[in-house]
Design a protein around this ligand. Sequence first.
Ligand SMILES: [Cu+2]
Length: 254
Amino acid sequence: MHSDQNTPRRRNRPAAWAGWLAALATPAMAYEPATAAKGVVNDPAAGWDHLWHEVIVDITVIGIIFALVMAWFLVKYRAKAPGEVGTAKPLSLAGAIGWAVIPIFVFLSDDLYVAANGWKLWNDYRDVPADRMEVKLESGMYSWDYTYANGVQSQNELRVPVGKPVLLRMTSRDTLHSHYIPDFRVKEDSMPGRVTYIWFLPKAAGEHVVTCAEYCGVEHSYMAGKIIAMPPAEFNAWLDKEAAKLAQAGKPAA
Ligand SMILES: [Cu+2]
């Protein structure tokens, strides 16, 4: 645990509750905790994908069940002659309660299970790996301005080393923006007067789109950038070269 007030902290109590709720809802489908063993960094993108897949499967199964029951009722209770009046007896009290409570219990427990998993994943996600690279980000109409720890700056283009968690500490110089990196499944508002954070794990070399996901003005839709994930040696060489340029320009590099 970190003592710095601005350092992302672990919050265990909600996670414990979420775990408990998940266990209560469906003990047979116990969620695999996202908190990794020592030295192993979980990829949050994989966690969000897993949760999304779970939601899609669940609503599909529930949808099919509802459709089948409805189709069966439609056929079973169809009118067999014009002007026919139904003859079904009213439900007994136990029948009425059963029809209301059993479906609610079944489908609500699934809702609860998915919600608990989302809650747990979010809490795990907010706990940033200690071995990380930190970059400051100031957003403004209409650019993303990154500053590395050694003072090197870049605009709308963030180079990062493969295999290391990257933490962005963000603020805004004007209005509300939202730093969204779809490939890494992460998005967080950056706001004036406040520092928020977001982290992701680049696993392979390549480029990823960054876009603003909070309407911030007429050129909001042009507020795009990219993350360039590079092999660590290449990244370090690039960063050193940029730092040397900075030093040569007479600005302090640290
Ligand atoms: Cu914006």
